[in-house]
Write a new protein. Structure first.
Length: 323
């Protein structure tokens, strides 16, 4: 985590009440807009000492209006560094100086007149997120990202870093991807990952058969299904066909994997031979034959039933064709 200095500003104990119209008029005033135009230059230059001095010369209501507009400018500007983040944290920590009182039939509601704290906090979080993602990429490219240590045991941190990885994996070089794949062969701690996100991502970006075999052996989750769907969209590319066939070894994925293969039109010769082999097995034979029949391959199944030498295959086809 990048260190962030959170300097808290202590406001007066009691906020001053103003009307909503007073706030709108102040935000729209020429004085506020002129000062905002001048202070955005100081913001971009990180001259916050001068910026705060200029703000201190304004009447309190105008000062708050300028702060709100400066934070909104910072959000639009987007470029954040440590100095800007520190100033934004100070804005996020300010307590309301002015409140608006809304009175209705039997109720009284008080709300802050200015709302720059939330966008300031959001911008800081986004900046910290980018710093962490950049740090992950640098470590991966230098070969110093040890996944089993980086993905700590703390569930919240682990989920956050997993999402960082998924966000930036496409930016990693083939060498960095290969080094991370190798860690799954040498580091047994990685077998205890709570989900398949990183495994599926590395398999997809490397095409490594061992990573795919690991994915198909593990308990199925959303990431397994997503990778199977991605492979289906890539078929009939050779790698996609190979892994769709391999995925049929997973009890939870086999139905979808078979369906992806059977609905290929035209059906590749390698897929036909694979399905014939499967129809000759006790476990999946009828499942495969049933799906083929549903996709209009009844004529082909009848041919196989009369010409093939496998008794198991013939029995499976007979059961399906008599339904």
């Amino acid at each position: 985590m990048i260190p962030l200095l959170l300097t808290m500003w202590t406001a007066p104990a009691l906020a001053q009440d103003v009307s909503e119209q007073q706030v709108l008029d102040t935000l729209a005033s020429a004085q506020v807009q002129t000062r905002v135009n001048a202070l955005t230059t100081l913001y971009k230059r990180n001259d916050f000492r001068a910026l705060e001095f200029n703000l201190s010369q304004l009447p309190p209501l105008s000062q708050e209006a300028v702060r709100e507009k400066l934070v909104l400018f910072a959000v639009e500007f987007g470029q954040v560094d440590q100095a800007k983040a520190t100033w934004l944290a100070e804005q996020a920590g300010r307590k309301p100086t002015f409140t608006i009182v809304e009175q209705g039939d039997g109720y009284l509601v008080m709300k802050a007149a200015f709302h720059y704290g939330a966008p300031a906090r959001t911008l800081i979080k986004h900046w910290e997120h980018q710093l962490q993602a950049d740090d992950m990429v640098r470590k991966a490219e230098s070969g110093t990202l040890q996944l089993s240590k980086w993905l700590t045991n703390d569930p919240h941190v682990q989920k956050h870093r997993r999402d960082l990885f998924l966000e930036r994996v496409e930016t990693l070089s083939p060498a960095a991807i290969a080094a991370l794949v190798d860690q799954f062969q040498s580091d047994s701690q990685l077998m205890w990952l709570p989900d398949n996100a990183i495994i599926a991502s590395l398999a997809a970006h490397s095409g490594d058969n061992d990573m795919y075999q690991l994915l198909w052996r593990r308990r199925t989750d959303t990431y397994s299904y997503q990778e199977l769907t991605r492979l289906t969209e890539l078929a009939p590319q050779p790698l996609a066909l190979e892994q769709l066939m391999a995925a049929t070894s997973n009890p939870s994925l086999k139905q979808q994997a078979y369906r992806s293969l059977i609905t290929l039109k035209p059906m590749p010769a390698s897929t036909r031979q694979f399905l014939i082999t499967k129809m000759g097995e006790t476990d999946d034979g009828q499942v495969v034959a049933q799906q083929l029949a549903q996709q209009g391959y009844t004529h082909w199944l009848r041919q196989l039933a009369t010409s093939h030498t496998s008794n198991v295959l013939k029995k499976n086809l007979q059961i399906v064709l008599e339904q």
